[in-house]
Design a binder for this molecule. Structure first.
Ligand SMILES: Nc1ncnc2c1ncn2[C@@H]1O[C@H](COP(=O)(O)OP(=O)(O)O)[C@@H](O)[C@H]1O
Ligand SMILES: [Mg+2]
Length: 364
């Protein structure tokens, strides 16, 4: 068993106590919440942990809907329907479908692991009926229900006017509160903060930040101890510094470290582990880099070396890294932000993927 799991595991979950309390307060007060942060900081895991706690407390029912792979409202209805079926009707799926989709042609197949997969024959005009029945079903549960729509920014890309439609349904519900979750980018910003958009001012917002350094350090220490292993403070310090305490990257490195170390892990070995890890990713990262046009390649290397850059078009930055004119640098920047290779944080621009950044620092 490796305590640094890359799937959510309630037994090895670190902190997020304040954030989870905040979400619980909103739920109690009937407020919907938008949860956002850069990728891989732990939004999904945190919502799953909240749901794990709510299940134990038995006052609320929870439905987690991952919209990542959805492209239109039919996909949305299908994924949402599957999540409800899995929650409430695993014993008798056929009865479940009949209850959930009255008058809509729906059939079911099962994937290899037994997950139900819906096949919906939604004709013209039936889509709204289908969606509205799902919301009605939850509205009529005896217990209050919390629904999480993870990767909610996908909805903005649907060809239908999905936001306005969903907003209308959501507004009517009294028994259901919602958590919308997604990576902070302009799509999500626009959905929730633009006065013209349907979701404007209808939700509380909760920004997920990095886990506190000392709390994370203590968590790592305890995970090692639980399995009769030890790790020095300076080794932990090295890992957290290397990964900038960005949750996913820290977990990947600690997973390796836990697996590779014997009884006591010291800083020297920790440094070797991070170095070797970047080495193993080298070929992939070189491929990614070589696929970029020249201007983008030079810019991302320069930003990696600098760490964080407030104004990439500033003359001294351009001169220092021998970059082309400020207009072509800005154009390259725009594309890299769009591709989510560069992240625009409040402090400046940086390489989104921490390991990629370490790779660039090391080899260029
Ligand atoms: N509080 C936490 N404790 C332990 N592991 C976590 C925690 N938060 C996130 N993780 C791990 O970090 C990785 C990224 O988290 P995830 O929830 O998928 O991020 P996001 O949804 O923000 O992109 C996952 O592998 C998850 O298991
Ligand atoms: Mg997620």
């Amino acid at each position: 068993m490796n305590p640094f799991t890359l799937n959510y595991n309630p037994d090895y979950f670190c902190d997020r106590e304040n954030e989870i309390q905040h979400l619980k307060d909103n739920i109690i007060n009937g407020l919907n919440t938008l949860v956002h942060s850069p990728r891989r900081l732990g939004k999904s895991a945190m919502i799953l942990h909240l749901f794990h706690q709510l299940k134990k407390e038995k006052k609320y029912e929870t439905v987690f809907v991952d919209l990542f792979a959805t492209q239109n409202l039919v996909d949305f209805t299908k994924i949402f329907g599957e999540a409800i079926l899995q929650k409430y009707h695993t014993r008798n799926i056929i009865t479940g479908i009949k209850k959930l989709f009255r008058g809509v042609h729906a059939s079911i197949t099962f994937s290899d692991d037994g997950t139900p997969m819906l096949d919906l024959g939604l004709g013209e005009g039936q889509l709204q009926t289908g969606i509205s029945q799902l919301f009605d079903y939850l509205e009529q549960r005896k217990n209050p229900v919390v629904v999480a729509f993870d990767e909610f920014q996908e909805v903005a890309g649907y060809p239908e006017k999905a936001e306005a439609l969903l907003r209308t349904f959501i507004q009517r519900l009294k028994n259901v509160t919602f958590i919308f979750s997604g990576s902070s980018n302009h799509i999500l910003q626009n959905m929730f903060y633009s006065a013209k958009q349907p979701f404007y001012q209808s939700t509380e917002s909760l920004v997920i930040d990095k886990i506190n350094h000392d709390i994370y350090a203590e968590f790592i220490n305890q995970c090692f101890n639980k399995f009769d292993k030890e790790i020095s403070n300076s080794a932990i310090g090295h890992f957290l510094e290397f990964t900038e305490t960005h949750t996913y990257y820290t977990h990947v490195i600690c997973n390796q470290a836990f697996y590779k170390s014997n009884n006591f892990l010291e800083k020297d070995e920790a440094t070797e582990i991070t170095g070797n890890y970047i080495e193993t990713r080298k070929v992939d990262y070189l491929n990614i880099l070589n696929l970029l046009p020249g201007n983008q390649r030079s810019l991302i290397k320069s930003i990696a070396k600098e760490g964080i850059v407030q104004k990439p078009s500033a003359v001294n930055f351009l001169i220092k890294y021998k970059l082309p004119s400020s207009s072509s640098t800005l154009q390259a920047l725009h594309v890299l932000v769009e591709k989510e290779m560069i992240y625009r944080s409040p402090d400046g621009y940086k390489v989104y993927d921490v390991f990629f950044r370490r790779f660039l620092e090391r080899y260029f």
